[in-house]
Design a protein around this ligand. Structure first.
Ligand SMILES: Nc1ncnc2c1ncn2[C@@H]1O[C@H](COP(=O)(O)OP(=O)(O)OP(=O)(O)O)[C@@H](O)[C@H]1O
Length: 550
């Protein structure tokens, strides 16, 4: 788009110069003052157009010299105070018009420069010097030579070899080369899509997503890449309505990453090259210690059951006690860590202990307390929880999709997920610190996060995962349960959203305190097509509209 604007202005100016020269030769104009008036008007109009297209005074000034080169071919020397004044008045007009609409004097060129990182390329410099020498040999006009030297300087810090011949074009190429300095290039890391727009204060609405706000999507062309190596952690959150492209985005990310992944596929909609496990055919024992102490595990399981069945605090304590005692019955003792490797009990063992206890209790209050746990323990003494039929180490080292769609009872589904995530925590601690080595995708994250124990578990994994090389992609249709996790995420990808509460929250998170940016994002989010995301790139501090590759 940038390129198109430059081509348009240069072609327009050349066309104007050609028309003027034809007109001046045609004897229609006789008076010098009439000629000057024509030139003044053209310059005035061009200055307004240039300012409105680039929203930059720097660009406008540099373009005056481009016009100078074009007009010199028809023997009109723009280096005159009258012409320059006409140009400046035009720019001022446009500037005030812009300020009136946007209430800001932001210079887009200077804003873009924030993203510029010098890249010195010796070959590019040598090539540009050769071209400057050629210009100095053939062109005797010092201003044209200055333009070429300026281009040489710009190319020296931008390192773009392919653009070196533009040094020959002197001022004609300078605005374009300058705009390349501020061009956003987010192509370091893992490229998952194409940037379709960057949020800018602008007068024109040129992008496909219209905002009706002061910030609009300015078109830019670049790959969109995520740089996990330089991010604060490896966690990502994907939010979007049903069918907006959430799982496709997660698939794109994991398929491009060079690390293994595990997908918790709640609805059975992921099909990749990974090995597929039908979760209804496996068994996991939630009472496995996974390297933890029996006290710790008994507490976790008691809290997990509390979250599922909304148990009271006293019931949690009773549950904890009976589970802890069951460990002891199986020869697993808190003080003796070597006993932690013994075969763990399962919920049936807990029920057997409970039955035995009932026989010895003669206090009716005690009996009632213990009996109140029975229905819950009976529920979880499901054959799915008797033993561990899966190899956890293999699951964490290879690519796997855990298809949970055939488990129809939500509580059972939840216990399977939480148990596997708990085993991941111990896998993490036992294998030590590492660079990114595993990505875990949790689809329909509210299914887990809406339970207190699930929320705490995922919060802990989010906070500690980076140290151990584990990243998470959390997918949700709503922002409701992911709010606490956003501060520990490297990326938030917002697809189409429609609920006012989600629009409000996500727009605030992406925009920060700026109300105008907030309005643009709010206004754009519900207009996004499938596969289009809005995200803030923290490293560049820019907000992008990105089309995700499928
Ligand atoms: N980047 C994309 N470009 C074009 N089409 C896409 C893109 N991403 C997804 N789609 C299409 O949108 C449809 C829905 O995609 P997907 O299943 O990923 O959405 P979802 O948000 O995960 O849906 P659900 O919430 O129902 O699981 C699919 O038909 C897919 O082909």
């Amino acid at each position: 788009m940038q390129d198109f604007r430059h081509v348009f202005i240069i072609l327009l100016s050349i066309a104007e110069a050609v028309l003027l020269s034809v007109y001046f030769k045609s004897d229609v104009i006789t008076l010098v003052i009439e000629r000057d008036l024509f030139i003044l008007i053209i310059i005035f109009v061009n200055s307004i157009l240039i300012y409105l297209l680039f929203s930059s005074i720097v660009m406008s000034i540099v373009y005056y010299f481009s016009l100078y080169i074009i007009f010199i071919f028809i023997n009109i020397n723009l280096l005159s105070i009258t012409y320059f004044l006409s140009y400046i008045i035009g720019v001022s007009f446009a500037l005030f018009g812009y300020f009136f609409i946007n209430r800001s004097f932001n210079d887009n060129f200077i804003l873009n420069l924030r993203n510029f990182k010098p890249r010195i390329n010796t070959f590019s410099i040598i090539l540009s010097v050769i071209f400057v020498i050629i210009v100095s040999l053939f062109v005797k006009n010092p201003l044209i030579l200055i333009g070429s030297i300026l281009n040489l300087l710009i190319l020296s810090i931008s390192g773009e070899i392919v653009l070196s011949p533009l040094t020959l074009a002197s001022w004609l190429a300078t605005p374009y080369l300058l705009s390349q300095l501020g061009e956003i290039r987010v192509n370091k890391g893992l490229c998952i899509g194409k940037i379709n727009g960057i949020l800018r204060r602008s007068t024109f609405e040129l992008g496909r997503v219209k905002t009706n706000a002061k910030y609009k999507w300015a078109n830019i062309k670049s790959d969109f890449c995520i740089d996990l190596d330089n991010s604060k952690n490896y966690n990502m959150i994907i939010l979007g309505t049903s069918g907006s492209g959430k799982s496709s985005l997660a698939k794109t990310i994991v398929s491009k990453l060079n690390v293994s992944y595990l997908i918790f596929d709640i609805h059975g909609e992921y099909f990749t090259e990974a090995k597929r496990i039908d979760a209804s055919l496996i068994s996991v024992n939630p009472l496995s210690l996974f390297g933890q102490s029996p006290r710790q595990r008994a507490l976790e399981v008691a809290y997990m059951l509390k979250s599922i069945f909304n148990l009271g605090n006293l019931q949690v304590i009773d549950l904890f006690n009976i589970i802890f005692e069951t460990y002891e019955e199986k020869g697993i003792y808190e003080e003796d860590s070597s006993s932690w490797n013994n075969t763990p009990p399962n919920f049936r063992d807990v029920i057997l202990l409970l039955e035995r206890k009932k026989r010895y209790i003669n206090n009716s209050t005690e009996l009632n307390k213990i009996q109140s746990l029975e229905p819950y323990l009976n529920f979880v003494s499901n054959s799915m929880f008797n033993t561990n039929s899966i190899n956890y180490n293999d699951i964490f080292e290879d690519n796997y999709i855990l298809d949970l769609s055939k488990i129809t009872i939500p509580e059972i589904k939840y216990i399977v997920i939480e148990t596997i995530l708990r085993s991941l925590t111990s896998f993490m601690y036992s294998t030590g610190t590492s660079k990114l080595r595993k990505m875990i995708v949790i689809d329909e994250a509210p299914f887990i996060l809406s339970k207190e124990s699930g929320q705490l578990l995922v919060e802990r994994l989010f906070a500690e995962g980076r140290k151990f090389g584990i990243g998470f992609i959390l997918i949700s249709q709503t922002s409701e349960y992911v709010k606490k996790l956003i501060s520990n995420s490297a990326y938030l990808f917002a697809l189409n959203l429609v609920e006012p509460a989600d629009l409000d929250y996500v727009s605030k998170i992406i925009s920060g305190p700026d109300q105008d940016i907030y309005k643009s994002i709010y206004d754009s989010l519900h207009k996004l097509d499938r596969g289009l995301i809005i995200t803030r790139n923290i490293l560049q501090d820019e907000i992008f509209l990105v089309r995700i590759q499928q």
